[in-house]
Design a protein around this ligand. Structure first.
Ligand SMILES: [Zn+2]
Length: 320
């Protein structure tokens, strides 16, 4: 039995309501399978805990990667999703959940007013998501991080404490570099498998310190344990209602980092520019995406998860 399977079945049983809801739905595949879920209560905001969280708590964090959508080499397609920032602010404000953003250095330099809008309207917590989001990996990692830190410092006046690599792409040496540069945590690792991008099927699903670091905490992105499908908006869109229903009963780690991008929620001309099959994948269930997000966050709350920020999770696990 794997380490992951052994650590399953933690003391908290799935909430009875979640089980009943899940049982009453018959999962079907198809674009029409995702009907609105009017009965769910909104998630409870819980950014500032009234007691310290610890590793026994079930903690969930909604994170957004603030970046250009697909980095087309065409200025007419630059950061088109930012046009929807007002809608996104209204959505998150209505849900009342704390938001943590990992922001790309170049985005910070080009759209500081958008970053400020997120911060002032939602009290968003910010960390760094690379400087240029280069998915070719043909760059010096340390220089990339340092440039990102400069952009972050110029805007916020402080150093970032958390880092997220592009497309989950970080190697063991990267952890060492981040620690040396003063980062407290990283949240890049999908303990999952994406052909040609990463294979982390044996990576821990709970926060851990990588062997190449001495104190840096890796807070991996959430996955359904066992099948190891990420608890990320893009996957819920792709698999539709069956996966959202499964979230009500699936084996989950105690820490669930739920990731979303603006392009997972809002359609722009960039979607039409994608090549198939990615174009089809990204458009699938796009019109229902905000409803899917709302339902999934409610499901996590009904399963006993406290919604907090990345710093909230770090405080529960770090410096121990
Ligand atoms: Zn990204």
């Amino acid at each position: 039995m794997s380490k992951d399977a052994q650590s399953g079945g933690h003391a908290h049983p799935p909430n009875a309501r979640a089980e009943a809801e899940s049982a009453s739905r018959s999962p079907t595949i198809g674009d029409d399978a995702f009907a609105p879920e009017p009965q769910l209560e909104p998630p409870t905001a819980r950014g500032e805990p009234d007691r310290p969280f610890g590793p026994d708590d079930r903690l969930a964090c909604l994170t957004i990667d603030l970046e250009d959508d697909w980095y087309f080499d065409d200025p007419r397609y630059d950061h088109l999703t930012l046009e929807y920032l007002d809608d996104f602010v209204e959505l998150i404000d209505g849900l009342g959940v704390p938001l943590t953003a990992f922001v790309v250095g170049k985005t910070l330099e080009a759209y500081p007013e958008k970053v400020e809008q997120l911060r002032s309207a939602l009290g968003t917590e910010f960390h760094l998501h690379t400087y240029q989001h280069d998915v070719s990996n043909e760059f010096d990692f340390e220089e990339e991080v340092r440039r990102g830190m400069r952009a972050y410092r110029n805007h916020f006046g402080t150093d970032p404490v958390g880092y997220r690599a592009q497309q989950g792409n970080i190697d063991p040496d990267g952890f060492r570099v981040l620690e040396r540069l003063g980062f407290k945590f990283d949240s890049s690792v999908f303990p999952s498998y994406r052909p040609g991008v990463y294979n982390n099927l044996t990576a821990p699903t709970e926060p851990y310190t990588p062997s190449t670091a001495s104190s840096l905490l890796e807070i991996p992105l959430g996955v359904h344990r066992g099948i190891r499908i990420p608890v990320s908006q893009s996957y819920f869109k792709l698999f539709g209602r069956p996966l959202s229903s499964y979230l009500g009963v699936s084996p989950l780690p105690n820490v669930v980092v739920y990731n979303v991008h603006l392009q997972d929620l809002y359609r722009t001309a960039s979607h039409d520019k994608l090549a198939a099959p990615k174009r089809w994948i990204m458009k699938r269930n796009l019109e229902r995406s905000t409803a899917i997000l709302e339902r999934n966050l409610s499901t996590l709350v009904s399963r006993g998860y406290e919604l907090t920020t990345m710093n909230g999770i770090y405080d529960a696990y770090g410096d121990r």
